[in-house]
Design a protein around this ligand. Structure first.
Ligand code: AMP
Length: 413
């Protein structure tokens, strides 16, 4: 029997998201989420996609090990257990891969040690990722486990983009540089955009705007990232749901010296209490639009600051690339918020960028163009799919090319 399935695990500090995919047609067999791990009110929500109703458990789940074991039981109930010979690999999202992990990597002790060594530059994410990996390895020690790094796609950046202009010795000693994040999304979306344009990825230059609760922009030349807006951590760049994005670094010393705040307090301020939520009290773009329609001035200003930053990055990456074939919007805000897309592109006609109002207002889950036919540069919406990208990269690494078959996945369950 050919193993054609991949389990994708995304382990956060208090949550585990998972999807089981069949690589023959990229279909989902089951998806789910365990949240509030370590709290009294933990919750597991499992959705089988081959038939059957979603199931929910509301009970305390102490740690990631207990969470993954509960997920394994749920999958087994649907005949999709982790012991299945059809499972080819488990693909793990790992947020920080530093400079050296440029590709998806089969996890062994050396890889675990390196991911652990990177904890100081990803203190929130890498420990949770490691716990998820170790637990999955204990459950299926014989199965290839693959790390797919959020940073990998950005390792092609030239040093002129990745190095900060600070003392070289200090930067190198502390491994301070621009790493970038959301890489699996930027990789997937830039490749899909080339497909949408009917061209090879090598032949197109794309500006990708990943606008979710976290947000980042990237400049992709011929399929390779040449610049991205997130930096040492996912705090730099665009205005986000709760993160400030770019600020003058002196704001931090000022708050510490004059505002008597500790480094940890400033960290919380910029990561959790800034961005849209800091500006207007809401981080959901739907709510902000609703408030704007009611004439709310704080919501209006938050929206304007968000869009202004976005426009600056479009201009900057246009200049970095020199020639742009497409500007593409993705993730929660990018895929759904037509007013953000319209406002970000407004006034850029001299750069060949225009949005067609009718096309922009269409709601769809498909990749689509929202620029008029005559436009010199395409503007597109391409839904991201990080889980599929992780599954495909993991499968390709351990098994080679995706199996072609006309057999319906799940038919032999
Ligand atoms: P993500 O991190 O990609 O899941 O994106 C989550 C964010 O997408 C939410 O915080 C919302 O701000 C935004 N979002 C989701 N749906 C919509 C929508 N229909 N209109 C505007 N924003 C949306």
């Amino acid at each position: 029997m050919t193993a054609t399935r991949v389990l994708v695990l995304n382990s956060g500090s208090s949550s585990v998201k998972y999807q089981l995919l069949d690589m023959r047609d990229s279909s989902r067999l089951a998806v789910g989420l365990v949240e509030r791990i370590g709290e009294e009110a933990s919750r597991l929500k499992h959705t089988p996609l081959l038939g059957g109703e979603p199931r929910e458990q509301n009970r305390p789940i102490a740690d990631h090990e207990e969470a993954l074991k509960a997920v394994a039981v749920e999958l087994a109930q649907d005949g999709l257990g982790l012991d299945s010979p059809e499972l080819a690999a488990i693909g793990h999202r790992v947020v920080h891969g530093g400079k050296f992990f440029t590709q998806p990597t089969v996890i062994d002790d050396a890889v675990l040690a390196e991911v652990e060594r990177l904890i100081p530059v990803a203190p929130l994410h890498n420990p949770a990722n490691l716990t998820g990996i170790r637990t999955a390895m204990a459950l299926r020690p014989d199965l290839p486990q693959v790390a797919v790094f959020d940073t990998a796609f950005h390792t092609t950046m030239p040093e002129s983009a990745s190095r900060y202009a600070i003392d070289v010795r200090t930067a190198d000693e502390h491994r301070i540089q621009r790493y970038g994040f959301h890489g699996t999304s930027h990789a997937y979306v830039s490749r899909k955009t080339a497909e949408l344009l009917g061209k090879e990825a090598e032949d197109v230059n794309v500006i990708v705007l990943h606008l979710g609760n976290g947000a980042s922009a990237s400049a992709v030349r011929g399929g390779r990232c040449v610049d991205t807006s997130m930096g040492l951590t996912p705090l730099e760049g665009l205005v986000m749901g709760t993160r400030s994005g770019d600020v003058d670094p002196a704001v931090i010393f000022h708050l510490m010296r004059v505002g008597s705040m500790s480094a940890d307090e400033v960290d919380v301020l910029l990561n959790k209490k800034s961005g849209l939520i800091g500006l207007c009290g809401d981080n959901d773009m739907r709510e902000i639009r609703r408030r704007i329609d009611e004439g709310d001035q704080a919501a209006r200003l938050a929206f304007d600051i968000y869009v202004h930053r976005l426009k600056k990055y479009i201009g900057a990456y246009y200049a970095v690339l020199g020639r742009v074939d497409a500007v593409v919007f993705t993730a929660g805000v990018g895929e759904n918020a037509a007013p953000v897309r319209e406002a970000a592109i407004a006034g850029l006609e001299e750069l060949g960028l225009t949005v067609d109002g009718g096309l922009n207002s269409v709601r769809s889950d498909e990749p689509r163009l929202i620029s008029p036919e005559y436009a010199r540069v395409a503007v597109a919406v391409v839904p991201t799919d990080e889980e599929l990208e992780i599954a495909q990269q993991s499968y390709a690494l351990v098994r080679g090319p995706i199996p072609a078959t006309t057999e319906r996945p799940g038919a032999h369950l």
